[in-house]
Design a binder for this molecule. Structure first.
Ligand SMILES: Nc1ncnc2c1ncn2[C@@H]1O[C@H](COP(=O)(O)OP(=O)(O)OP(=O)(O)O)[C@@H](O)[C@H]1O
Length: 263
């Protein structure tokens, strides 16, 4: 698997209809292959919209958007998606949920047995392969959703607030696990979050969006060595990144009403 780059130039997105809003305007972003890029911004600024455009689930109204050098025109091959809510199918076991993308792609399920076992072990779910989603905790379901997104080795992984519904402790664990998984897979990740600390902890870069219509207001490069222990969040260097991003939100006049949290 070669990781995919993502390039956005002057991307505008206007939703159709009488109440259709302009969600994005002039989005320029260059996401290098194999990078982990966090996207942070106030509620409603178009973060999910951009992710859906990259995934080919929405058309852009203007500009250019490429994945792996090819213009996005419908859902491209090789993109894994994880949403805030896991979207596992209740009537399928965890193993069968993870195998869904393989079935959809018309590939031979038997060829993926070892891969599924590896993913289950990597995420600590090896004893739950035959369980059903309702038998798992929220964090475990989200880990299963990550396995499903990774099973076909996607060059690009899009994550839309994947840990937003989890309690703080589970979220910390998932942050650490996601970093470990990514260091093993090294695919390109675009990770949307409301959490400044989460964005900095995980990202090689943090793209901060302006209020709607969203555009990239600032790009922070996070120069912290990996693997990053959770305790890195207590270091002055980490605090400096968080402080800079908070100040930027302050300058945009947003900090009090954004719903941007620091956890
Ligand atoms: N399918 C849709 N049809 C029409 N308008 C939409 C649609 N999806 C989103 N919007 C509008 O586009 C704007 C951006 O929404 P989007 O969900 O991309 O924001 P967001 O930054 O992800 O927000 P949040 O952080 O609250 O999840 C909002 O004003 C929203 O109402």
């Amino acid at each position: 698997m070669q990781p995919s780059s993502v390039l956005a130039k002057g991307v505008r997105k206007q939703y159709p209809g009488p109440r259709g809003v302009q969600a994005l305007q002039g989005v320029d972003a260059e996401i290098g292959a194999g990078r982990f890029v966090s996207i942070l911004g106030p509620s409603g600024c178009g973060k999910s919209t951009l992710l859906r455009c990259i995934a080919g689930l929405e058309d852009i109204s203007e500009g250019t958007l490429t994945v792996g050098g090819r213009a996005v025109d419908g859902p491209p091959d090789g993109v894994g998606i994880v949403f805030q809510h896991h979207a596992l199918l209740d009537w399928r076991s965890i193993r069968d949920n993870i195998l869904l993308p393989i079935e959809f792609a018309g590939k031979r399920v038997a060829d993926y047995t070892a891969k599924v076992e590896h993913l289950l072990r990597m995420t600590g779910l090896q004893d739950f392969a035959d369980s059903y989603p309702r038998e798992l905790s929220g964090g475990m379901r989200q880990r299963a959703a990550i396995c499903r997104a990774l099973v076909d080795d996607p060059p690009l992984l899009l994550m839309d607030e994947p840990f937003g519904a989890l309690d703080a402790l589970t979220r910390d664990q998932m942050n650490a696990e996601l970093q470990r998984i990514w260091m093993e897979t090294r695919n390109t990740v675009v990770f949307v979050t409301h959490g400044i600390a989460e964005a900095v902890f995980l990202g090689d870069e943090v793209l901060v969006f302006s209020p709607r219509p969203g555009r990239v207001a600032h790009r922070f490069v996070v120069d912290l060595p990996r693997p990053r222990p959770l305790a890195v969040r207590e270091t002055p260097q980490f605090g400096q990144y968080v402080g800079e991003i908070r100040r930027l939100f302050g300058q945009m006049g947003l900090l009090d009403e954004t719903g941007v949290a620091t956890a």
